[in-house]
Design a protein around this ligand. Structure first.
Ligand SMILES: Cc1ncc(COP(=O)(O)O)c(C=O)c1O
Length: 429
């Protein structure tokens, strides 16, 4: 073996894992286990002091779950990662070390509807708040960041419209303001985009989507780049000052580029308990082995479906950023050069009523509130995933009432198009 860096597909199969040290099992075993026997009292104390890395209790770390976290860290080019019980849990876990009562985040107005609700409503109960801005307006982003802002948050490919975010431009602003950029890379996956290489500090995932890839798991991941200097200001006391929740340990710089990851395990998972289960981690590890192959087909199919839809006289517009006509086409070449993802919306002539009829008449597509499955999926975002938003927020998020969202699967593309064609015929008759 040489030290040359391994390619994406090699890492997707091997990173974070080795043959099981106890049995030699080649595949990562499901360690359906809660607690781990200490060698002696000194060993136990060293583990609790973070002086030695090892397993204590599965709310914190578990061998199968850590294999997944380490694999995703490798794929994203991060220093460390933690796996969580859902994508939404990962978002809270990413914010937890950074925030405190009275602190805020600045987030893109184009996000998954559930995230907009989490940020506009639920985090208020922790004393946190969020200001939403159009991240295409870099001046507005800069202006929104104030002395209490602790992070900037965006999605690489925004759900549901498939709009592409200018990650390097946002990273520059975050850098200038001394705050981390958090990128939700769920809809792109590291196969299409590696936000850390573009300047992101933290990457979050809903592993529920493409990482697992077949609708079997609810899970999330937080990856830390290990590059942010948490001690450069007094903005992040939980990381840079003695932490009362961990017998006064100063996580950064003591734990170097693993400070955020260790904090997330030792305090975040310990006290919030948003832990992924070993069975879920195992399914996601299986899914990731074929991530590159699947994403290649997802984007190829999505491009063909979007081009077919755009030419169809029954269609008003298609938001796929891979289309030459898209205002995001140029940016897509820079941010996601291998393809603009497989998630987008389109508007049918006939508005809301036609959309509903279309959804009721598809046969191959599944009408579900999910994305990133091998199966093609369809939903009317405004009345479902983005329902809790005001009409203005729905429009800003790219989910107006006259569009349907497609998550294009990896079936034969001719069958995907044929299904849309027959359902559109009925919807616009
Ligand atoms: C882009 C994006 N981020 C995060 C989430 C939340 O993930 P989960 O459903 O795993 O909590 C979703 C869910 O649809 C999503 O689409």
């Amino acid at each position: 073996m040489t030290d040359r860096p391994q390619g994406f597909d090699t890492l997707a199969i091997h990173a974070g894992t080795a043959p099981d040290p106890a049995t030699g099992a080649r595949q990562v075993p499901i360690y359906q286990t809660t607690a781990y026997v200490f060698k002696d009292a000194d060993h136990a104390a060293r583990l609790f002091n973070l002086a030695e890395v090892g397993y204590i209790y599965s709310r914190l770390t578990n061998p199968t779950v850590m294999a997944l976290a380490n694999r995703v860290a490798a794929l994203e080019g991060g220093a460390g990662a933690i796996a969580c019980s859902s994508g939404h849990a990962a978002q809270i876990m990413a914010l937890f070390p950074l925030m405190g009562p009275g602190k805020n985040i600045v987030a893109s107005s184009r996000l998954y509807g559930g995230t907009i609700t989490q940020f506009s409503q639920t985090i208020k109960r922790f004393g946190w708040s969020c200001k939403f801005v159009d991240t295409d307006d870099l001046g507005a982003v800069s202006k929104a960041i104030d002395k209490n802002t602790r992070a900037l948050f965006c999605e690489t490919i925004a759900n549901p419209g498939g709009y592409i975010t200018d990650i390097p431009a946002l990273a520059k602003i975050a850098d200038r303001k001394g705050i981390p950029l958090i990128v939700d890379n769920t809809t792109a996956t590291p196969w299409l985009c590696k936000p850390i290489e573009m300047g992101a500090t933290l990457v979050v995932h809903s592993a529920t989507k493409y990482l697992t890839g077949n609708g079997t798991v609810t899970g999330g991941i937080v990856v830390d780049s290990g590059k942010f200097d948490w001690s450069a200001s007094d903005k992040f006391p939980s990381l840079s000052q003695p932490e009362p929740a961990y017998h006064g340990l100063v996580f950064h710089p003591t734990l170097g580029n693993m400070a955020f990851t260790f904090h997330s395990i030792a305090i975040g998972l310990r006290d919030l308990g948003m832990t992924m289960n070993p069975q879920g981690a195992h399914y996601t590890l299986m899914g990731i082995e074929t991530l590159g192959l699947r994403m290649e087909r997802h984007v190829k199919n999505a491009q063909q479906v979007a081009e077919w839809l755009e030419k169809d006289p029954r269609v008003e517009y298609v938001t796929y950023a891979g289309l030459k006509s898209s205002p995001y086409a140029k940016r897509a070449k820079k941010i996601v050069p291998k393809g603009a993802g497989a998630l987008f919306t389109f508007a049918l002539k006939g508005g809301y009523d036609a959309c509903v009829k279309l959804i009721d008449n598809v046969k191959l597509f599944s009408h579900v509130a999910n994305l990133g499955d091998t199966r093609s999926l369809i939903i009317h975002s405004a009345s479902t995933t983005h329902r809790q938003l005001s009409p203005e927020q729905q429009v800003a998020a790219g989910a107006p009432p006259n569009v349907v969202r497609l998550s294009i699967g990896i079936e034969d593309v001719a069958d995907i198009i044929a299904d849309l064609d027959q359902a559109m015929a009925k919807a616009t008759a």
